[in-house]
Design a protein around this ligand. Sequence first.
Ligand code: SAH
Length: 349
Amino acid sequence: MNKMLLTDMNLQELETLVCELGEQKFRAKQLYKWLFKGVDFAQMSNISPNFIDKLSENYDAVGVRIYGEYKSKIDDTVKYLYKLRDGNVIEGVLMRYKYGNTLCVSTQVGCRMNCAFCASGLDGLIRNLTAGEILGQVIAVNALNSTESQRGVTNIVLMGSGEPLDNYGNVCKFLSLASDENGLNISRRNVSLSTCGLCDKIRQLADDGYTPTMTISLHAPNDVMRQEIMPIAKKYSIDDIIGAVKYYFQKTGRRIIFEYSMINGKNDGESCAIQLAEKVKGLACHINLIPLNYVKERGLSGSSKKNIYRFMSILEKNGVSVTVRRSMGGDIDGACGQLRRKVISDENN
Ligand code: SAH
């Protein structure tokens, strides 16, 4: 794993490398095209064996390999497990919608945030993914699902394991690479980033000129309750978050999405709905209500349908734009970090 990964580089960096290795600059574009197809050196047919030999001494072409594929029987959702070069395993989900295919990608192995309902944080942060490893998930799934007429992945959500804004530099580079017109060329409008609310980084992202749809994992209508389920809430209050997303909206013009995972008997009462409506009043935002996926080690269960729809109607009555998100892939451990843990523990047994 000491070799560097070529998918960590943008076209300019590849051009510099190619020239340093004594090749002509246009070879970089050829190489770049192959990298986005997810193929290894042996398949790069228009690149000379001599150059491949030089390259492969210090570089790898593929950083992420599909290691398992689990198709839901309920819907068209597919869960992927990937293996990284150092043996770490990460996961992602491909969801098929009428308008295209959305891939949920991971940004870290594990997570530091330790939210009370989430499987990803159970072992803490193991390591950050590099830009090329985040991109590698898209490349691998895209290659497997593309047809002549249709791209395998049209939309990306940074909503898998990890906290994207806790891996800021690599995530920014990934955002640039994913929308590069010489590569996957995924429209910037089709990329969403989900965060537990690292306010300084939300502002920085807007300042640095990135414009993914900003999705905030809110999950509580007040700071006391939020602190009970999300340790990060001790650092940033809900008002801090609202300040940061207002700034993000002013700079990018993009409406904010709040995610609200509904936990039975915790955050799903009528008074929570009223407080939440009050908090987001006047913001250009939309709220997604998500039934919590049960994670054995966490022991929290999801709200009943009845409570979820009651909560939704209170928000609606208060003029808030809200939907209940379809829970997809429930039979294949669809939620953050669940499948990875299961596979690792099965392997260890
Ligand atoms: N760290 C980022 C992104 C990863 S989690 C964030 O906090 O947003 C992606 C989303 O799934 C978050 O909204 C997270 O709170 C939610 N989530 C995690 N575990 C869940 C579970 N068991 N059931 C429902 N949603 C869950």
